[in-house]
Write a protein that binds this ligand. Structure first.
Ligand SMILES: *Cc1c(COP(=O)(O)O)cnc(C)c1O
Length: 798
């Protein structure tokens, strides 16, 4: 299509006329974005088709990744980088007076996810294609992704996100791949030729229309597919209210549920889940039948992976097809299903474990419910045979109990692999949360520590650091992340350390400009940039960070000569719209910012910044500019975290609890290159089990705590009289369920030592270098290679 700047320009100018119907001189920047996107899509189409043909022809195994979320962000520049044409395109555009960076602004973030889980799915797609693995994603094409956040008077306000407003250049609508999905109605059974057959009568049918997006591997010829399903009305039936039917149908792919840690139990959510699963499985099997005459050996040729329990209905849906459409008997169907599905658990928070009331489940999905019931009965029967009469045990393990369907139990029973997402998380699953299941099926449980698409989070997000790395150790690290460890030989190289410092300063200046643009607050780029960006949740303890800021403020106010190392505290976080407490914390951060940033006694010693609408594209500007990475969840609560890895690879030092993957970061960099503090997971879980923590003792005995906590309710924040009472109450009346006050003193001490460490610039740069050099382990290439080898048994197809 184009192999040099001249050819690129020629094609680009021609394409503008065809894509936009305008001459170059009349065209706008948006036209240029649209044209470039179209050109790149055309550029990859041959390889995309060729990849599909290779996959069809190959005898090897294929994997399908089912996820209710994909937090993709922007795709243009990453696609250019992966295709190896970034420089050509950038230079060609420059000749035409066009800035590639400005064009990128016209691309909307594809925000089809809430946070870590959705971003993980996006990183996995990148790695699958980059490793030439035959692995395709299936998801929902939400018309509105995660809401857009505005901060008004310190409060979060949510606006509907509109990523499809100007179309999506990357997608191809494939009407001929449409699938019909039945809801409601009733199931009739009768005997035909001595066999029980089931008919789903009076169902309301929805059409799922696939929209395919290319997933472009890094310098690989592989273009995999992300297939996003859109819900549309099927042929309009005559006897229903057509407008109501159309509305209800389209609602299925209208909104992403904006909560990642709470099971809402809403009927529309269950509809979304079955819609995704049924469309995906039917479409997977359609492709499968082109290659194989029967589904006998399905599990030897494909693997279907479910990202958390949201797609767990893949299990009864596959059973339904094998039993009702293919005529297998139960034992055969169950054998195939159990060996086809693998499952990742993402959380042990009880409020996040999905369970569906039967009165919602059964009428919406009558045939699927029957199958789940049968799976449950057979499973409970097996349990009974093992321990007759032990009702307690059977009830604890059952898939259906107390009028609820427990989705995690279904996932464990109906799959061949159950993995956690970091060592500690997997241990907690095995030893505590899912211990009963672990005893039943020890062979199913395994760990796959999360990773990140480091070509986005380092190569793309931090071009200056990437150049320095390539100049120093060559380009191999962009294929093999562990090559970054070669950087360790620069630990004593003062000129290298200088350059590292210079790059960090420049990245901080860039972020300082963004901060000034967005908030009007000027921050000094020589201060410590101390950053906590992630979803807002009690367990992530943004409150601990805030209380420390309030303490520092009070300390400086009581003694203007108190020596502090200047700091800029930066926050970014969306709260689920219905999460009252989380929204209070956002207001509190903004109230503290107001107070601190306008106090002349404080001046440049401290600034507090809340950046609104935290999302992938903003994150890419933040990580390269961070000095300190806040990973301060209550130990045992954060399954892995991936933000921690993005900070690390950009040279930020972690201040963190011994939770999730922080533990593995510490193992890699050693104790002297990370700042850990606070209760361990063991200790936290011990308190939950046996009691013994009294938060008010810490309030009464530590003046620093008492002063800051009192300020929540004593008029310290003007105009916010009763505003923060719920936070005050959570700490004292409700006995501080997240151990904020318990960990406060140890956090303050650790923060103090961070300040001191920062003043020894050489030592700090060495620590930073160590983090970058050891971060290769957290490439999602490594994670995906482990899934491919240990779980899916898939091999590259080139
Ligand atoms: C990485 C990422 C997350 C996950 O961050 P954690 O700190 O692991 O919770 C959430 N949102 C966005 C936009 C991200 O890029």
């Amino acid at each position: 299509m184009f192999s040099n700047t001249v050819e690129f320009k020629e094609t680009f100018l021609k394409r503008i006329e065809m894509v936009c119907g305008k001459s170059f001189s009349e065209s706008s920047a948006r036209d240029h974005y649209q044209t470039l996107g179209t050109m790149i899509s055309e550029f990859v189409s041959k390889d995309w088709i060729a990849t599909n043909e290779r996959h069809l022809a190959a005898k090897g195994k294929q994997v399908y990744y089912l996820s209710i979320e994909y937090l993709l962000g922007k795709l243009l520049r990453q696609n250019l980088i992966n295709l190896g044409v970034e420089e050509t395109v950038q230079a060609g555009l420059k000749d035409l007076g066009i800035d590639l960076g400005e064009l990128e602004e016209f691309e909307a973030d594809a925000g089809l996810g809430n946070g870590g889980l959705g971003r993980l799915a996006a990183c996995f797609l990148d790695s699958l294609a980059s490793l030439n693995l035959p692995g395709h994603g299936h998801g929902i094409r939400y018309k509105h992704g995660l809401f857009e956040q505005k901060i008004v008077d310190g409060y979060q306000v949510e606006l509907p996100e509109q990523w499809l407003k100007n179309g999506n250049v990357w997608e191809i609508r494939k009407t001929d791949g449409s699938i019909k999905i039945p809801f409601w109605g009733k199931v009739e059974s009768k005997t035909e030729n001595g066999r029980l057959v089931f008919n789903h009568l009076n169902a309301e049918t929805v059409t799922a229309v696939p929209h395919d997006m290319p997933v472009i591997g890094y310098q690989s010829k592989t273009i995999n597919t992300l297939r996003l399903w859109n819900a549309e009305p099927s042929q309009f039936p005559l006897d229903v209210d057509i407008l109501k039917y159309k509305r209800e149908t389209e609602m299925i792919s209208e909104f992403l549920y904006p909560d990642d840690t709470h099971d809402e139990g809403k009927i529309l959510r269950l509809k979304q889940q079955y819609f995704l699963v049924s469309a995906s499985i039917q479409s997977i099997l359609k492709t499968y039948r082109k290659q194989h005459s029967s589904l006998n050996q399905l599990h030897e040729h494909i693997c279907i992976h479910i990202n958390d329990t949201h797609p767990v209905l893949a299990i009864p849906e596959l059973m339904r097809i094998l039993l009702d459409d293919e005529g297998f008997d139960w034992e055969q169907a169950w054998h195939i299903t159990k060996h086809t599905i693998s499952y990742t658990n993402h959380t042990t928070l009880s409020e996040a474990l999905e369970k569906w009331p039967i009165h919602i489940f059964q009428p919406l999905l009558p045939r699927i419910y029957m199958i789940v019931e049968e799976i449950n009965e057979r499973f409970c029967h097996e349990l009974w045979e093992q321990t007759p009469g032990d009702w307690e045990r059977i009830k604890g393990l059952a898939i259906i109990a107390d009028n609820f369907v427990k989705m995690a139990h279904l996932a464990i029973v109906g799959s061949f692999s159950v993995n956690g997402v970091a060592k500690l998380h997997t241990e907690i699953l095995k030893k505590r949360e899912m211990n009963q299941f672990y005893q039943l099926f020890p062979e199913k449980f395994n760990n796959k520590t999360n990773g990140i698409a480091y070509r986005r989070w380092l190569l793309k997000a931090n071009p200056k650091l990437s150049s320095l790395i390539t100049e120093s150790i060559g380009p191999a690290w962009t294929h093999k992340a562990t090559e970054l460890s070669q950087l360790l030989s620069y630990q004593k190289d003062s000129s290298f350390l200088e350059q590292l410092l210079k790059i960090k300063s420049e990245n901080k200046q860039t972020l300082a400009n963004i901060i000034f643009d967005k908030t009007g607050t000027a921050v000094d780029h020589s201060a410590i940039f101390d950053v906590q960006v992630k979803r807002l949740h009690a367990y992530k303890r943004q409150l601990l960070n805030v209380l420390h800021i309030m303490y520092l403020y009070n300390r400086i106010k009581s003694d203007a000569n108190y020596p502090v190392v200047p700091r800029v505290f930066i926050f970014g976080a969306k709260a689920s719209p219905g999460y009252y407490y989380a929204k209070k914390i956002i207001k509190l951060i903004n109230s503290v910012a107001e107070k601190v940033n306008n106090d002349p006694v404080i001046g440049d010693k401290m600034k507090v910044i809340f950046l609104e609408n935290y999302r992938v594209s903003l994150a890419e500007k933040i990580f390269p500019a961070a000095d300190v990475s806040e990973q301060i969840s209550t130990a045992s609560k954060e399954a892995s975290g991936t933000g921690n890895m993005k900070f690390m690879i950009n040279g930020a030092l972690t201040v963190g609890t011994l939770d999730g993957a922080n533990i593995e970061i510490r193992e890699l960099v050693g104790d002297s290159n990370i700042f850990t503090f606070g209760l361990t997971a063991e200790e936290v879980l011990h308190y939950y089990q046996h009691g013994g923590y009294q938060s008010d003792e810490y309030y009464h005995h530590d003046y620093r705590i008492r002063q800051a906590v009192d300020q929540l309710v004593n008029g310290f924040f003007p105009g916010a009289y009763n505003e923060f009472e719920p936070i005050f109450d959570s700490l004292l009346q409700e006995n501080d369920q997240y151990f904020v006050l318990k960990d406060f003193a140890s956090y303050v001490d650790t923060q103090h030592s961070i300040g001191e460490a920062f003043t020894d610039r050489t030592r700090w740069q060495q620590m930073s270098l160590n983090n970058i050099a050891q971060a290769g382990y957290f490439s999602s290439d490594r994670t995906i290679q482990e899934y491919a080898d240990d779980i899916w048994k898939v091999k590259p197809i080139k």
